[in-house]
Design a protein around this ligand. Structure first.
Ligand code: NDP
Length: 331
């Protein structure tokens, strides 16, 4: 059997808690396939390099047959060199008392640098997934830095919101998660995002015919999904990590292998669909074809309430873009 050529997979913030849950499944073949060798290129801040060395030792100790090599570095260009897939997980956390604008700007600087480095050295076809928050705007900033790599190669993660919504709906309806289709998250990965249940189906039937408790759908359901991150911090004392890593795996897996017509939530560069300003990175229902190209699903009908919810999230993204506009000028 011919062995596939190894691909290069870069992960930033690799010694962080999401990174720790993410890189072992990549090495085991859960993302790119059980026949796809990988070279992991892990980026960390200089201060976290010792921790990263420990993670690298553990990775090697798993003895995964698909793991060809591990490169641990604090140099962006080394991490992104010839990368075929890139997970941008590392970003500066919001600390108590910090203004949202300052968080956007601090992270903006990181993503300006990383966008430029990716454009210089990564594979032209590389698929970039931004997980580090505020992920939509971070992805937007990085995408604006590119001259060689198409901007549409930059995406942000709303798959965790989709997975959270699926979990709530499947529990309420008493059906397996796999019975629920056409469920997509729209907008920003923030409490304004909108998991659209109005177009979803359960075993092929409109979801709203199966779950008739509209008060729950419009109230507790939306609130639970939108506030889930906060609830996990309160319960665990730490932010979600394994579920975030798993959503990143789902996102990249489906982008890499295709969705065979199924809808998945991806924050992608807007082409103006549904009146969304072009260039913004916002979540839509997407399908991915067999060539690994994503497409925004067209013709989805949103009622006036749903449209209002999506618009509120777009307005928030426009506000975030305005906060970082100055940074981008001349970057
Ligand atoms: P985590 O691994 O827990 O989180 C990393 C990022 O993912 C944060 O921005 C976090 O956002 C975001 N995130 C997205 N979705 C979720 C979700 N559902 N739940 C939780 N987080 C989510 O952070 P750690 O502090 O453990 O690790 C970050 C690592 O990144 C550190 O090791 C640090 O050294 C590194 N880093 C690397 C940089 C680089 O490589 N240049 C730059 C900056 C940091 P939120 O903050 O909103 O929780």
């Amino acid at each position: 059997m011919a062995t596939k050529k190894p691909i290069r997979v870069a992960v930033t913030g690799a010694a962080g808690q999401i990174g720790y849950s993410l890189i072992f499944p990549i090495a085991a073949g859960d993302v790119f396939g059980k026949d796809q060798p990988v070279i992991l290129q892990l980026l960390e801040l200089p201060i976290a390099l010792t921790g990263l060395k420990g993670v690298e030792m553990e990775l090697r100790d798993c003895g995964h047959a698909l793991l060809v090599d591990v490169i641990s570095t604090d140099d962006e260009r080394t991490a992104f060199k010839d990368a075929d897939a890139i997970f941008l997980v590392g970003s500066k956390p919001r600390v108590a008392g910090m203004e949202r604008g300052d968080l956007l700007k601090d992270n903006g600087r990181i993503f300006i640098g990383q966008g430029k480095a990716i454009d210089e050295v990564a594979a032209e076809t590389c698929k970039v997934l931004v997980v580090g928050n505020p992920c939509n705007t971070n992805a937007f900033i990085a995408s604006q830095m590119t001259k060689r790599i198409p901007r549409r190669n930059f995406t942000a993660m709303t798959r965790l919101d989709q997975n959270r919504a699926l979990a709530q709906l499947s529990q309420k309806a008493g059906v397996a998660v796999t019975e629920i289709t056409d469920l997509a998250v729209w907008g920003n990965h923030s409490p304004t995002m909108y998991p659209d249940f109005t177009n979803a189906k359960i075993s092929g039937r409109p979801l709203t015919e199966v779950i008739t408790d509209t008060e729950w759908l419009n109230g507790a359901f939306l609130k639970t999904v939108q506030q889930r991150g906060k609830a996990i911090i309160e319960a665990r004392g730490k932010s979600s990590a394994a579920s975030a890593a798993w959503a990143a795996i789902d996102h990249m897996h489906d982008w890499w292998h295709g969705t065979n017509g199924a809808w998945v939530s991806m924050a992608v560069i807007s082409d103006g669909s549904y009146g969304t300003p072009e260039g913004l990175i916002t979540s839509f229902p997407c399908t991915v074809d067999a060539n690994g190209q994503y497409h925004i699903v067209q013709g989805v009908v949103l009622d006036a309430t749903a449209q209002g919810r999506v618009q509120a999230s777009i307005d928030e993204l426009l506000e975030e873009r305005a906060f970082v506009a100055e940074l981008l000028t001349g970057a």
